[in-house]
Design a protein around this ligand. Structure first.
Ligand SMILES: Cc1ncc(COP(=O)(O)O)c(C=O)c1O
Ligand SMILES: Nc1ccccc1C(=O)C[C@H](N)C(=O)O
Length: 398
């Protein structure tokens, strides 16, 4: 059975024998991206050389691809630009936000945020040396912790460990009621759940493109700035590609009068081209349909796993409306169990100390995959296949 209108597995390279439940960490290779990379390398870079910046419109690519992302996250054209890694985009958004509230010193985030977001905040605070403080509260406590001392609320919408989903509009309204600036990290949201940035009213949003958007390892991040602010935000990283006229080579920095001011340096053209091609997969895809299919798959997976493996404890919210597009289970031997699963073609990942994480991506997963994956989980858990010295814990990616 297929998960409805959004299923398009034939457009991806999925190795045979693999059920891929880690598209929430690194999306698989879209066939169109593979073809496009070859073309960009051989024809554009190889033949056009430096001329390609003009002839192949390389220079406009960060904004052009930003417009494709904008369609998926409910933002207008011209409000998103691509570049750098997500860590850098978090830094830029946060630095800009703090400049907008010079009298306030608190950055509010939650313990479900991904470490790099918190580290970037800590690093920025040190560099600024103006007495800012990072306040980290429990995910459930975010809304009630927003008060008039908070300069910026910086939250990742979907908790990378538990999959818990924050209500974007509610938290944004609470931030605005207290006069704080709202920054959303959409790393686990873009291409996973419906997002309406314009409706939310948030000032900034950032996200990566190598997960649900399938742009490939190291694909550039995106940053959204609310259109009414774009001519006043300070970009923090004053790189030449964000200059109003980069090729005037002025001595002094003057930011572009558009979202382009959030650019920093030379864009990664090959990687951006892979992403631009990968975005074609979303043509005709409704995020509401993706969400419905994702919920169907994740509900089925939870039911199948709980029926078969009482030793696994769900740590994701049971209410699908309160989850992103992933499901996590706690299991004491989770690391070893995940290695055993991966050995058997069911690829998820592990997050310390004991979380087995599974991502649901209806573009290339169907119910049959989910049931098969649950059967393999059952085999690994009930037959203690994890209890093997080969699966001893090391500090690895998955
Ligand atoms: C919420 C969040 N922020 C940031 C990152 C990573 O940032 P970067 O792309 O700079 O490695 C991730 C995942 O790697 C993430 O899940
Ligand atoms: N960028 C990576 C590079 C290597 C391994 C994992 C990642 C991830 O993206 C992890 C992801 N952010 C997570 O939610 O765990």
């Amino acid at each position: 059975m297929k998960s409805g209108a959004v299923f398009r597995k034939e457009q991806f390279v999925i190795p045979s024998g693999v059920i891929y439940l880690d598209g929430n960490s690194l999306g698989p290779l879209p066939r169109i991206a593979s073809r496009r990379i070859t073309e960009v390398v051989e024809r554009e870079w190889g033949q056009a050389l430096i001329r390609a910046w003009n002839e192949c419109a390389w220079m406009e690519q960060p904004a052009r691809v930003g417009d494709l992302i904008a369609k998926l996250v409910g933002a207008p054209g011209g409000s998103i630009v691509m570049g750098d890694t997500l860590s850098i985009k978090v830094y830029q958004a946060l630095a800009s936000a703090l400049q907008m509230r010079p009298d306030r010193k608190i950055i509010l985030s939650d313990s479900g945020n991904f470490p790099t977001d918190l580290y970037m905040a800590q690093g920025l605070i040190e560099s600024l040396d103006k007495g800012h403080e990072l306040r980290i509260v429990a995910p459930e406590a975010v809304e009630r912790s927003i008060d008039e001392t908070v300069a910026a609320v910086m939250i990742t919408q979907v908790d990378y460990r538990t999959g818990r989903l924050h209500e974007m509009n509610r938290i944004t309204s609470a931030a605005h009621d207290a006069g704080a600036v709202m920054i959303w990290d959409l790393a686990h949201s873009a291409g996973a759940v419906p997002v309406q940035l314009t409706d939310s009213g948030c000032e900034f949003a950032v996200g990566c493109t190598y997960k649900y958007l399938n742009g490939g390892p190291g694909a550039p991040a995106f940053i959204y700035v609310r259109p009414d602010l774009v001519e006043t935000v300070r970009p923090a990283l004053a790189g030449w590609m964000g200059h109003d006229v980069p090729f005037a080579f002025d001595r002094d920095y003057r930011p572009a009068n558009s979202i382009e001011r959030m650019r920093v340096g030379t864009p990664p053209i090959i990687q951006l081209s892979a992403l631009e091609a990968a975005m074609q997969i979303w043509n005709g895809v409704d995020m509401g349909d993706v969400r419905a299919a994702s919920i169907e798959l994740s509900e089925r997976f939870i039911a199948e796993v709980e029926k078969r493996c009482p030793a696994l404890h769900l740590v994701s919210p049971r209410d699908p409306a309160a989850r992103g597009s992933q499901v996590s289970f706690r299991f004491e031997h989770g690391y070893a169990a995940m290695q055993a699963l991966i050995d058997r073609g069911v690829i998820g990942d592990f997050r310390a100390p004991d979380i087995m994480r599974f991502g649901f991506t209806p573009l290339y997963l169907d119910t049959g995959d989910i049931v098969t994956a649950a059967e393999v989980v059952e085999d690994v858990i009930l037959n203690r296949l994890w209890d093997n010295p080969r699966y001893k814990q090391v500090n690895s990616v998955t």
